[in-house]
Design a protein. Structure first.
Length: 703
């Protein structure tokens, strides 16, 4: 900004949507001194100040935001209305027809251009008046466009449905500010839906009714009686469903309707599948061994052979086991036997990376679950369902611990009753991002045939990565002893430091120099930094900045950047985009940046995908990623920062998931105290779900 009082230039940082060169703005905030960039003004809000003098108005209107209206027409408008010009354009556009050469069509065009250009200004003012941050402005405009203020004023709680989580906070702030009573039925129902939805986002499929009502009273200051009435009304309207006998304490369980339908549907479908007997297996043990040796040139262990023979007899089964126990070998062997029997086989996994890995280990095509079920962009539904099931005799789902309740329901709806399905996964990893813990519940129910590989093969036992992974499973201390020979290379290192800021520097040095030099790995392609959190010195945000500067020599070149991205950057796609055929968690490299349009091109394993400026929020830097985003992938080398500042996320399954992502090398940078906290914290396994109990009940009824 160039200030009015001194005319000097100052740097302003913060969220200033719609601010254009040449506009006059008033910014509120405070001064701060940045360690690298010096003194700057941190903005927490701003407003556009429109010109009030005739010359300023004329200059403003000819700046180009009203396309197709030249200087001559602008001059006639300003001559006619003088200082009132902008007020007329905004509030009385019909009066523009008083100007020679302007008809109704042109007047409407001018008003529309004004509205579009100043939608940000009006929304910013509206948010400020309602005590809401300016950072919400861009997302709200994307949702509702020029009519955002009118929509939010007319029905504040609409945004609670359109923008899960944050939307409710916006809606409630607006509603209360506009005078809606705290016990108003509309508000109380929205509060209850928000709480149940928030629990679902935390991984639970159900909420205890008593706890739900109590939180609604305490958090949103509603009275108990209106809360009880609102809960009953939501159930009558079909928004929520209540059910008894699912919670050990004996209370009522409350579900979102969609999740209740999914959970009950999973139980019913699994029960139905298990009523159809499998055709008899005609191959004996010797024939199975011979076929596997012939096709794969491997010999199964006794445990693996017994499990394989058992799996052939079950319509629905689970295969689980930790690293080094031979799950991959068993999947390959099972494929070989099914091929010999002439069975039609489909392989799938929850993510693109996991599907690619499954294809590599099996030597067969593998798809993401969304692609397998043929997600339809137009309908938002899956084309494969009970009416048009998958054409297969056997379906194998890898990384099944990542499959949430809703996706599992759609998968099972598309499984023909004469198809066998095998779920392969490791329940000690992190549970799904979405609601439920389906694989764990299948095992916990005791009614789904479950086979766990427990024998760690001799070669795997020599691996410090696999040894430490199994120690984490059991909650035992890690083996962190340095190698006896200082020059010897090993697979597992611990670098002790209590300072996250210093750790960021150490991690950058390891990625850029030490690991590539000693292990001959590519610093960008082969090394993945995985961290529990996004914020802080050892979080993804800061580490990506540090690593970007260190690893990408093109960063900062003029004309080669777009926002946070530079040509050559390692980036991750953040949500499934079926039109682009790119999926949540896919990692690529920025290939080119268009200096004119602001768009960028990203290379994903040889496929170049274009993004325009409006789509850049689908990308993030990927030098450092969260542990959750790493699920289903393996990397030659993994670096894991672990500090007590990560306390809220220090969990045994998080540490286990991170360690098992590394194939050749794992380096933990942090404190032993943080490791001890993670090992001791096994609580995250417990999610409120009703699936295991439903399966048990159905099994009892069957017998």
């Amino acid at each position: 900004m160039r200030t009015d009082d001194t005319g000097s230039l100052i740097t302003v940082v913060g969220y200033l949507p719609g601010a254009e060169p040449g506009e006059t703005i008033r910014v509120s905030g405070g001064w701060e001194t940045h360690s690298r960039f010096g003194e700057q003004f941190k903005a927490d809000g701003f407003e556009v100040l429109l010109p009030d003098a005739v010359d300023g108005i004329r200059k403003y209107l000819t700046s180009g935001f009203i396309r197709g209206i030249g200087p001559k027409i602008v001059a006639r408008i300003v001559d006619r209305f003088q200082e009132q010009t902008l007020t007329v354009i905004e509030n009385e556009p019909g009066r523009l027809t008083e100007v020679s050469g302007i008809g109704k069509k042109t007047a409407t065009k001018i008003n529309n251009a004004w509205r579009q250009h100043h939608a940000v200004r009006g929304l910013m003012r509206f948010l400020r008046e309602n005590g809401l941050p300016a950072s919400y402005c861009g997302r709200i405009l994307k949702l509702y466009g020029d009519n955002a203020v009118e929509i939010l004023t007319g029905n504040p709680y609409r945004i609670a449905l359109d923008w899960r989580g944050i939307g409710f906070k916006i809606a409630d702030a607006i509603a209360v500010k506009q005078g809606m009573a705290k016990d108003d039925p509309t508000r109380v129902k929205a509060c209850l839906l928000h709480l149940v939805s928030a629990d679902a986002e935390d991984g639970h499929t159900l909420t205890e009714a008593e706890n739900l009502c109590g939180r609604c009273v305490s958090v949103f200051e509603a009275s108990p009686e209106p809360v009880a009435d609102a809960l009953a009304q939501l159930c009558d309207e079909g928004e929520l469903v209540t059910e008894t006998d699912l919670i050990p304490t004996g209370g009522e369980a409350v579900y979102l309707k969609s999740i209740h339908e999914a959970e009950t549907g999973i139980a019913r479908r699994l029960a139905a599948l298990q009523t159809i007997p499998m055709p008899p297996v005609t191959m004996d043990s010797d024939r199975i061994d011979a076929e596997i040796v012939k096709k794969l040139a491997i010999q199964l262990s006794e445990e693996q052979r017994e499990v394989l023979e058992s799996l052939l007899n079950y319509r629905v089964a689970v295969l689980t086991g930790g690293p080094g126990t031979g799950k991959t070998t068993l999947i390959r062997s099972l494929n070989a036997i099914h091929e010999t029997r002439g069975a039609r086989i489909l392989l799938a996994a929850p993510t693109g990376r996991a599907a690619k890995r499954l294809s590599e280990i099996s030597g067969r095509p593998a798809a993401t679950l969304h692609r397998l079920l043929r997600y339809n962009l137009q309908t938002g539904l899956f084309d494969k369902n009970r009416d048009d099931p998958l054409e297969a005799d056997v379906v194998i789902i890898d990384e099944a611990s990542m499959v949430d309740t809703l996706l599992m329901y759609h998968l099972l709806e598309a499984i023909h009753l004469e198809t066998a399905i095998l779920f392969v996964g490791d329940v000690y990893q992190l549970p799904p991002v979405g609601p439920g813990n389906v694989l764990a519940d299948l095992i916990k129910s005791g009614v789904i045939a479950t086979f766990e590989l427990t024998r760690i093969f001799r070669q795997a036992r020599k691996s410090p990565i696999i040894t430490n992974a199994h120690r984490v499973r059991m909650g035992k201390p890690l083996h962190l002893d340095p190698p006896s020979d200082i020059d010897a290379l090993t697979e597992f290192y611990f670098i002790k430091t209590a300072n996250p800021s210093a750790a960021a520097v150490t991690i950058a040095q390891m990625c850029a120099e030490r690991i590539p030099e000693r292990f001959h790995l590519d610093p960008v392609r082969d090394i993945q930094v995985i961290t529990p959190m996004h914020k802080g010195d050892a979080g993804t945000i800061n580490l990506n900045r540090v690593l970007q500067r260190r690893l990408n020599h093109q960063a900062g070149r003029s004309g080669r950047s777009q926002g946070a991205f530079h040509a050559g950057d390692k980036v991750m796609h953040l949500k499934n985009n079926y039109q682009k055929d790119v999926f949540n968690g896919d990692i690529g490299t920025v290939e080119a940046i268009d200096g004119k349009s602001g768009g960028i091109a990203v290379n994903y394993d040889g496929r170049t995908i274009g993004y325009d400026t409006a789509e850049l929020d689908e990308l993030t830097l990927a030098y450092a990623i969260s542990v959750h985003k790493s699920q289903g992938s393996e990397y030659p080398a993994v670096i894991l920062p672990l500090f007590t500042q990560h306390y809220a996320l220090l969990q045994r399954n998080l540490l286990y998931t991170a360690i098992t992502r590394g194939k050749q090398l794992v380096v933990i940078v942090g404190s032993t105290r943080a490791i001890d906290i993670a090992l001791a914290n096994d609580k995250p396994h417990h999610r409120l779900t009703g699936l295991a109990r439903r399966l048990k009940c159905i099994d009892v009824l069957k017998h």
